[in-house]
Design a protein around this ligand. Structure first.
Ligand SMILES: Nc1ncnc2c1ncn2[C@@H]1O[C@H](COP(=O)(O)OP(=O)(O)OP(=O)(O)O)[C@@H](O)[C@H]1O
Ligand SMILES: [Mg+2]
Length: 363
């Protein structure tokens, strides 16, 4: 059975539809990540699942039971927010133990569970101190330990790592994933960070302006994005988009952006079936473009180098291809500089075609 099932959930704040008819299910033991820009509706969605916001339309089920009218404390859900609320005057031990004390769990049982969860989150050395003396990452672990100690059926986490510096985030990402799998804990997680979602989630739900654009595993999101929003949000550096239209030339179908043309005849069938209008945006990831100093095929496009970003393991080239801005990834040993002319080749197996008006990916 699904742990959480949400059907056509809508939540409005006056004229803002924060969550717009969202439907999904979260399986037992799943790490489900909602991804989206600020204002996408992630927090609102989590809060309605927790019962902290009233549902306008739709249903929320937990373990098969409709919980729309059930108060938060009866839903067996724990939630960790971006802003932690730890009791600074209490010892870390008491902070973690507080949910069990409130439930009148016997002392020796509390003791065992605090020790267990502290070990799991590697904060045993902090138990006798107050949270004031803990680092940012440690505070985060304390908050997670406190939420986890009840072993809720569902654990909601709203950007729990966003206050941490980059290195600590990376470390906590790995730790959280390890913890989730070690405990077989069902987690619903919200983040604006696509790398966080890609690296931790079993499945990702991409939200934009209250609407769910796609719900799929990370590989599918990357290889087969459903909309332009997903295509542009997943992957770094971001996918290149070139606006143009599909034209017929004899037997061929060409993508024409005004500055250059690309033969897209191999997609003829799907274009004719799926495309509602000729206006089409070509999408190609920087990693799916190869670069060379010489023209290597009839399809090579000449490009001007505007910026060279050397990142160690790879080099990002910011180019103008017949006036069109394109980013490409070059091998680290590729030598070029500002103002140079180079050639690019798009991997046609990795090209996407997007219906510009509908913003829907058709290839
Ligand atoms: N209590 C509220 N009253 C009015 N509008 C609200 C309220 N809470 C959220 N909103 C609006 O609902 C929309 C979704 O907000 P929400 O906080 O759910 O987004 P989010 O995806 O969590 O964003 P962030 O990444 O910034 O946390 C926004 O337009 C926001 O302004
Ligand atoms: Mg939020």
């Amino acid at each position: 059975m699904d742990v959480v099932e949400v059907k056509n959930l809508t939540k409005k704040f006056e004229d803002v539809t924060a969550v717009n008819s969202i439907t999904f299910d979260c399986h037992e033991k799943e790490f489900l990540c909602f991804l989206g820009r600020p204002g996408a509706g992630k927090t609102t969605l989590l809060r309605t699942i927790a019962g902290l916001e009233k549902v306008d339309e739709g249903e929320v089920y937990i373990h098969g039971d409709l919980v729309n009218e059930i108060i938060p404390s009866k839903r067996d859900i724990a939630m960790v927010f971006q802003n932690l609320a730890l009791y600074t005057g209490w010892k870390v031990y008491d902070n973690i133990a507080s949910p069990l004390k409130a439930r009148k769990v016997p002392k020796n049982e509390i003791n065992k569970r605090v020790k267990d969860v502290a070990k799991l989150l590697k904060i045993e050395h902090l138990l006798d101190r107050t949270p004031v003396t803990a680092s940012g990452g440690e505070k985060q672990r304390i908050a997670i330990a406190r939420a986890l100690i009840r072993r809720p059926r569902v654990f909601l986490m709203d950007e729990p790592l966003s206050n941490l510096d980059a290195l600590l985030r990376l470390e906590m990402r790995v730790e959280l994933k390890r913890m989730a799998k070690e405990l077989d804990q069902t987690i619903i997680y919200a983040t604006p960070d696509q790398l966080e979602a890609m690296s931790m989630a079993d499945r990702i739900g991409m939200m934009h302006k209250g609407v769910m654009h796609q719900l799929a595993d990370p590989d599918t999101m990357y290889d087969h994005p459903a909309t332009k929003t997903v295509a542009g949000f997943i992957g770094s550096p971001a996918m290149n988009f070139v606006e143009g239209s599909i034209e017929e030339k004899g037997e061929k179908k060409l993508f024409n952006c005004g500055s250059f043309q690309i033969d897209v005849s191999k997609f003829q069938g799907i274009i004719e079936k799926e495309s509602k209008s000729p206006e089409t945006t070509l999408g190609i990831r920087p990693e799916d473009i190869s670069v060379s100093h010489d023209k290597t095929s009839p399809y090579s496009l000449e490009s001007l180098v505007l910026l060279v970003e050397e990142l160690g393991s790879e080099t990002i080239l910011h180019l103008r291809t017949s006036g069109v801005p394109i980013n490409a990834i070059a091998p680290p040993d590729f030598q070029t500089k500002y103002g140079s002319k180079i050639w690019i080749n798009m991997n046609m197996d990795r090209v996407h075609l997007i219906d510009t008006k509908a913003e829907k990916v058709i290839v």
